[in-house]
Write a protein that binds this ligand. Sequence first.
Ligand code: SF4
Length: 246
Amino acid sequence: MAIQHKWGMVIDIDRCTGCQACVIACQAENNIPVNEKVDFLSRRAKQWIRIDRFWEGEYPNIKARFIPVLCQHCENAPCEPVCPVFATYHNNEGLNVQVYNRCVGTRYCANNCPYQVRFFNFFNPKFPESLKNQLNPDVTIRSRGIMEKCTFCIQRIRRAERTIEGKEGRVLNDETMRDGNYNPACVSACPTETLTFGDLNNPNSQVVKKSKNKRNYRLLENLGTDPNVIYLKKVDPHHQKEGHHA
Ligand code: SF4
């Protein structure tokens, strides 16, 4: 019987060191052009996952904190109803999908996204000669005028399915599509295991187990977007002593 996935991610910000390995892995995997200084200065830099930094405490007892932010793949995604050509929609696996060749570039979706994770191609992408051979053939290169964003590396999920069904001739089920067979690039690259990806419909998956942690919350929860990305807040030593956290 076909399995109905609901892909999701848990991000434990207590583990994030802000190293940005996930950002670079995402750029390499998804054929995102290299950001140069001028791109940042003109606010045209593209990163499907970004590390937001904030400060906690008062000088001199101040600490830098990091929080990775990517498309939250909301169940009630504000970007979807405003697209006039249905280029962005929710698929039956819990993913907020972007169809590049439908996109007409109105940018309504980016304006309606409270997480600011959608990026518009203001220019045709350019890659240095030395990087041309490392472009990922599984991912298209988006041209000028197209909106793009995190896909949870859907090409990796599809590759895992093709390998299991096609190459290995096995049946697709929760056992064969198990954790670790289909991690997005950011998850594979993270040295601290901040990011956990998996099927929210599979009660035995790591993502479900971790999402039940008492530290869980969702970004801008009060907006009712119902994201499939779940955050675990920083461990607060004072609260921990009082037994507030798992
Ligand atoms: S790779 Fe992991 S630790 Fe480094 S910034 Fe990304 S989420 Fe944080």
